[in-house]
Design a protein around this ligand. Structure first.
Ligand code: NAD
Length: 574
């Protein structure tokens, strides 16, 4: 293992460097209902695995035996490719070490799939397409039903893989799985969603439209939702008759590998779903491979803008969901208790590593004095290993992410903002080597500051003060991102005005994270999507993305109809 070239993250410095504890003290207490919810999920986890010797790695896990702790894995198993319904060991010369973010212990090594393996994945998807597209919609629907049932059966196993590799708490990881599962469940209704249109456009002439599959498609996924985001693509791509090559994030592919196993068990024929791995090299292959017709990307602006333009230049369809800076306007007339709880949960849940995390507060008028109460709630959150009972948020994904987040907090201090709650330097006793950043609240932020301009993607809430709702709307509209926004108010007319004037794709009214369920579409806006948001994920636009519309116009003249009465006479014309 040591002899191979390893593309590894720079962790030794983190492990060896003791970080001096700073000012924050995060109590492990939570409000009673929250604590009981988290405990129920964690107790179930431990109860399920009680009489088993739980598998410590994703590779060896089953629906009833999966990782339940952050213990060091004695013999980490390499992540494999999934081609033609087979898990195959990679012949890679480059490997990416994947560490448990709570401990920085090695979990697995992810291959940079070789050129031959990448090509084999597309060969397999291309070979499978002609037969797969010919299967009946009802047959594909049956496979989707089975896939859904298997995801439910393996729900905790998937969540455990996410907690181990991505770091989010087990309860939150179950939510990650659920949001993807719901896309698959909605795809089961494809028999009513894929109907075309028909119109008699002239006498005896009609035009009808069909939605046909594209061929080989691909998905490139981010680290923050290891189950949900692959499931934004797999169900709709396949149920509409396409085949797919997926590149999960090289930072946490475990959930996708379990999903691959479930695809095979559900009855997808070989080649319909394939998984390859790696970083930019794999992405470039996908971008330039002419047989791949469409690419679904979710991730940062840096990667996504490049991917969108290169994919488009190569004549491919591309849907690309990018970064965000989600604002909430808080009005003095709101239900204060609801708003403060919602804000603390949406800002710090998943350690702020959600594209819809509520990262920016716009405090209107007197609500600027509510920050200490938000800080009080934030202090009550338990920052801990995701398998620990009662953990509210886990570590951030990598030592580099931690360093970057801490640098943004430092920049705010330097630029004159006030650090009301400082999560730098926090570490839970049991996990001194993890990538910890505790909940952080920065007040008196101004729009020019780095902490406002950049997507932080950590448990950091930045707060700006404005005198009126008009100022709040102007501030939010001036921001270049437009994924989500929320307003907290009891006034219907104020909410109605906000919803119509605000320039963000997903608006919550007293709802902090307004992600639409999959019967709608994920409708980011502005810089949060590439290509002006013309192709959004799931829902009707998702089906359109994965299909080519064909129209057929036919003329069947009434006078050409064969006469219905049999002729009995001998013909008289020559
Ligand atoms: P990322 O852009 O670093 O990685 C996403 C994917 O792109 C990965 O598979 C990665 O291998 C690949 N990639 C990264 N850099 C690349 C490069 N230079 N060239 C080619 N490919 C490259 O994103 P991430 O850190 O994994 O995810 C976090 C980001 O994703 C945040 O910005 C977040 O807002 C965004 N996100 C957006 C949504 C949304 O729906 N808008 C949802 C989830 C995450």
């Amino acid at each position: 293992m040591a002899a191979r070239r390893v593309v590894s993250r720079n962790i030794p410095a983190l492990v060896s460097r003791a970080q001096a504890p700073r000012t924050v003290h995060l109590a492990t207490r939570m409000s009673a209902p929250k604590a009981s919810q988290a405990l129920t999920a964690t107790r179930r986890l431990h109860a399920t695995a009680k009489h088993l010797s739980p598998a410590t790695t994703t590779a060896a896990s089953t629906a009833t035996s999966y990782p339940t702790s952050h213990e060091r894995i004695a013999e980490p198993v390499d992540t494999q490719n999934f081609l033609d319904n087979q898990f195959t060991s990679s012949k890679a010369s480059q490997w990416i070490d994947l560490y448990d973010p709570a401990t920085n212990n090695l979990v697995t090594r992810v291959p940079q799939s070789t050129d031959a393996e990448l090509k084999a994945a597309v060969d397999s998807a291309e070979k499978a397409f002609p037969e797969w597209r010919k299967t009946s919609l009802l047959h594909r629907q049956q496979i989707m039903f089975k896939f859904v049932a298997l995801i439910r059966e393996n729900w905790d196993r998937l969540a455990a893989s996410i907690t181990l590799e991505q770091g989010k708490t087990f309860a939150d990881a179950r939510g990650d799985v659920l949001r993807g599962l719901q896309v698959a469940e909605t795809a089961c209704g494809i028999t009513t969603q894929l109907t075309g249109e028909l119109l008699e456009v002239s006498k005896d002439m009609e035009t009808r439209s069909y939605k046909e599959p594209l061929g080989v498609t691909a998905a490139i996924c981010p680290f923050n939702f290891p189950a949900m985001i692959p499931l934004w693509s797999i169900p709709l791509a396949t149920v509409t008759g396409n085949t797919i090559v997926i590149k999960p994030s090289e930072r946490d592919p475990g959930a996708m590998m379990i999903l691959a196993e479930l695809c095979e068990k559900a009855g997808f024929p070989p080649g319909v779903v394939n998984v390859v791995h790696g970083a930019a090299k794999t992405v470039d292959f996908i971008l330039d491979e002419p047989r791949i017709k469409a690419i679904s990307f979710v991730g940062s602006n840096k990667a996504g803008e490049y991917i969108y333009s290169r994919a488009s230049a190569n004549g491919k369809r591309c849907q690309a969901n990018l970064g965000a800076k989600n604002h909430a306007a808080v009005l003095p007339d709101c239900n204060k208790n609801h708003a403060l709880n919602a804000i603390a949960g949406a800002a710090f849940g998943a350690a702020g590593q959600r594209c819809m995390a509520l990262s920016t507060l716009v405090l209107v008028g007197e609500t600027k004095d509510w920050i200490p109460e938000i800080a009080k709630r934030a202090r009550q959150l338990s920052v801990n290993g995701g398998f620990e009972p009662g953990a509210d948020l886990g570590p951030v994904i990598s030592p580099e992410a931690k360093t970057r987040i801490e640098a943004v907090i430092a920049s705010a201090e330097k630029e004159g903002a006030k650090i009301v709650l400082d999560g730098r330097g926090f570490k839970p006793e049991k996990y001194p080597n993890g990538n910890w950043v505790g909940p952080t609240i920065i007040a008196d932020v101004k729009p020019h500051m780095r902490c406002y301009v950049e997507e932080i993607f950590g448990p950091v809430l930045v707060c700006l003060n404005v005198p009126t709702i008009d100022d709040a709307i102007s501030l939010i509209n001036a921001n270049e991102y437009g994924n989500g926004t929320a307003i907290f108010t009891r006034s219907g007319p104020t909410a109605a005005r906000f919803q119509s004037e605000i320039e963000a794709g997903q608006v919550g009214i007293n709802v902090p994270i307004p992600v639409p369920l999959p019967m709608f579409s994920f409708t980011g806006n502005k810089k949060s999507v590439a290509g002006g948001g013309a192709s959004t994920f799931y829902g009707k636009p998702g089906i359109n993305f994965y299909t080519q519309t064909k129209t057929v116009t036919s003329l069947w003249r009434a006078e050409d109809a064969v006469a219905t009465k049999a002729s009995v006479n001998m013909p008289t014309q020559s």
